[in-house]
Design a protein around this ligand. Sequence first.
Ligand SMILES: NC(=O)c1ccc[n+]([C@@H]2O[C@H](COP(=O)([O-])OP(=O)(O)OC[C@H]3O[C@@H](n4cnc5c(N)ncnc54)[C@H](OP(=O)(O)O)[C@@H]3O)[C@@H](O)[C@H]2O)c1
Length: 386
Amino acid sequence: MKRLAILGSTGSIGQSTLDVVRAHPDRLRIVGLAAGTNADRLRDQAIEFKPSVIAMATDAGLHAVASAFRADRAVSGPAGLIAVATHPDVDIVICASSGTAGLEAVLAAIDAGKTIALANKEVLVMAGSLVTAAARARGVAILPVDSEHNAVHQCLHGRQNSEIARIILTASGGPFRELPAAALANVKPEDALRHPTWRMGRKITIDSATLMNKGLEVIEAHWLFDLPADKIDVVIHPQSVVHSMVELLDGSILAQLGGADMKLPIQYACSYPERWVAPVSRLDLTAIGRLDFQRPDLQRFPCLRLAYRALEAGPSHAVVLNAANEVAVASYLDEKISFVSIPRIIEQAMDAHSGEAVNTLDEVRALDAWARDYSQKLARELELKV
Ligand SMILES: NC(=O)c1ccc[n+]([C@@H]2O[C@H](COP(=O)([O-])OP(=O)(O)OC[C@H]3O[C@@H](n4cnc5c(N)ncnc54)[C@H](OP(=O)(O)O)[C@@H]3O)[C@@H](O)[C@H]2O)c1
């Protein structure tokens, strides 16, 4: 029996994780659930899975849940995420909260010796050096849940890093893959939120439309697989069937294929190194018929270029990229700025930063705060302008 804590249980990844737990009641048990503001959903989950510890971002939300379900421990605010992530009975922490709120909890879970199943890529983009160094020092595994990195992890099973020529991350290309550059200025959030192949949370869906999601994944891959930027490639693959590939020194390319269903990578992170029957539909390659691959267009989708720039420039630049992106995406979702203003804000924030040490959590948080503040000002200047 593996015992799980889920940070972000009410979100898209969190709910898929609970589907996996429902499919394996004899192998997986929920010990802790943490959510942001969706008290109704957390209450229903708590009544069904009976966790020992629950957490919500706000006191009001926590009271609403606690009045319907009595857990051994109920904690609000940032301390709640840490309490869930470090509960003594937990074996695996599923890190699936959005944004960077989960960083301290991930570090605390590593310190407590928990296995980390990481969906929350922003944590590695913001503090990859701190998180991977802590995991190495504590001997803790970070298992990727992101489907691309999970695919690479599956392909690499048992291989040395020295055998890798490059990894190839696939990207669907998002809803605007074929839209002319001129039309991008007018795309509305409701269009950007219509992802062609995946159903996900709002922030990652916008990141997929700008290709920043792939950029964040390039940085995530750097930290997870200890590879430089020039060994991490991206190809557009509209069918989202090949989840990613590894090219070995001899030119062989290994790929992992599957349906667009996060339950498979989530389950693999839970079952690893075993394989279990998964609650997902099987792939019918004859029904799919063809698989296409194209180069990404960095002119129309500059966010991917900016992510490579941040990775090559050093860890503090990735902190700025990530913070500016979160601010810009939130402003776009609020319909305050246009779609094409997102990369403008990120690029201007990066231009204003010349690089600094981010060796401690305090240094990371301070730079993150500066970048958010700076980007907010940029977003206000760009409001209602294209
Ligand atoms: N969805 C996917 O298919 C997918 C694939 C790969 C990677 N990821 C990554 O996984 C993460 C989650 O994505 P998602 O699509 O599941 O997002 P989502 O649907 O927006 O869910 C986010 C979750 O985080 C919780 N949360 C937000 N702020 C919190 C806080 N301060 N304290 C505690 N919980 C908080 C939310 O709670 P409330 O809803 O209760 O406010 C919700 O449960 C992201 O980093 C994303 O990049 C997602």
